[in-house]
Design a protein around this ligand. Structure first.
Ligand code: SF4
Length: 358
């Protein structure tokens, strides 16, 4: 949904087809996530999809999440969201100067709008109705403590120290905001050390990626995190219905299509469920993402805790598998997983703080 409404808004007819496909999923729990452009600019369609999905629900557990910058939040949106149990996800990159530099708006008020929106949502829908995600840019690298402090100041009890992905937002400004993997790993370790120290001082806050890895190490079973699974979670844990009716295996795959590469397009909402899932490029992608068969991962000790990202490897290395010795996905995960294992092994107090996050 975008401010150029004629060209980029999903029609109710396309939404109907997408809802029909969604209910052909065998899953007992279905989560509908609205992503933009800016989801709140076409709230009539959000309202239509929520109402229609609830009307057609055949006994599944239904969840709705709106991803938004919160700048266009209205009383009407709050009331509807309260009535239907909708939750929200927004972006918060850190303190105002950093957030506003990453997300320019006329008036340089992105951070103020986000903070105001978070407050309004919490007052109306409860503290847990809104979560925030940060993106690490080059300007973030020397201030993990300030970013974490901002999350704590705004009342969040978790923060996801996220690597910037090579699509969309990142590509448009890569020269300005990109960085080497090693710098991200240093940023991550420094941030994690600070978070553990806050916990030591009685401030409960978790780092989300660490929590996902810990879950894989200490509580074997699916973590549910799409980007660290084998096989990859694309098409299995989520699917993307684009505004124009095209269907993609993941949001990153959709972003690549915006850059001219339609490799991850599975078809359209007018195709059958069987065609999209069984007779499309999806199965080869999933097949090639199984770590047990990926050169380099087959004999890696970290394999049970790691995952696969075919879109990332296709984008950065030219195929779904990639080349592990030169893959920044591998470099980042190997460094982070080893670091977490070392913390668990070497320092009893830190290990007990980390375990308390599960
Ligand atoms: S750390 Fe690298 S080699 Fe090991 S499983 Fe992960 S991606 Fe594969």
């Amino acid at each position: 949904m975008s401010e150029d409404r004629e060209s980029f808004d999903m029609t109710p007819a396309i939404a109907d087809r997408a809802i029909g496909l969604m209910f052909q999923s065998p899953s007992a729990c279905l989560k509908v996530e609205f992503q933009g452009g800016e989801s709140l600019l076409n709230f009539d369609l959000v309202r239509y999809i929520v109402s229609e999905a609830k009307r057609r629900n055949d006994g599944r557990q239904l969840e709705f999440v709106i991803t938004t910058n919160l700048a266009n939040l209205t009383e009407e949106i709050l009331s509807f969201s309260e009535e239907h149990g909708i939750s929200f996800s927004t972006s918060l990159d850190g303190p105002a100067a950093l957030h506003n530099a990453n997300r320019p708006r006329p008036g340089r008020d992105s951070h103020a709008k986000t903070e105001e929106g978070i407050e309004r949502l919490r007052q109306r829908l409860g503290k847990d109705a809104v979560s925030a995600l940060m993106t690490t840019t080059a300007a973030s690298l020397d201030q993990p403590e300030r970013i974490i402090d901002e999350y704590v100041r705004m009342g969040f009890d978790s923060i996801f120290l996220r690597y910037i992905s090579p699509y969309g937002f990142a590509v448009k400004s890569s020269a300005r905001i990109g960085y080497e993997t090693k710098k991200f790993v240093d940023f991550f370790k420094r941030g994690l050390a600070y978070i553990v120290d806050l916990n030591r001082r009685g401030i409960f806050v978790r780092e989300t990626y660490t929590q996902i890895v810990l879950q894989k190490i200490l509580m074997p079973g699916a973590s549910g995190y799409i980007d660290l699974q084998s096989p990859a979670g694309m098409g299995i844990s989520g699917i993307v219905y684009n505004y124009n009716g095209e269907v993609y295996s993941s949001d990153e795959g959709r972003m690549l299509a915006e850059m001219g590469d339609r490799t991850f397009r599975l078809g359209t909402v007018h195709d059958t469920y069987e065609k999209l899932f069984l007779d499309s490029p999806l199965l080869p992608m999933i097949h090639e993402s199984m770590l047990e068969g990926v050169p380099g991962c087959t004999d890696c000790a970290l394999q049970p805790y790691c995952g696969s990202d075919p879109v990332f490897h296709h984008r950065t290395q030219g195929d779904f598998i990639g080349h592990r010795p030169t893959s920044s996905f591998c470099e980042r995960n190997m460094a982070i997983i080893k670091h977490i294992l070392t913390l668990l092994e070497d320092d009893k107090e830190t290990a007990s703080i980390l375990k308390s996050w599960l």
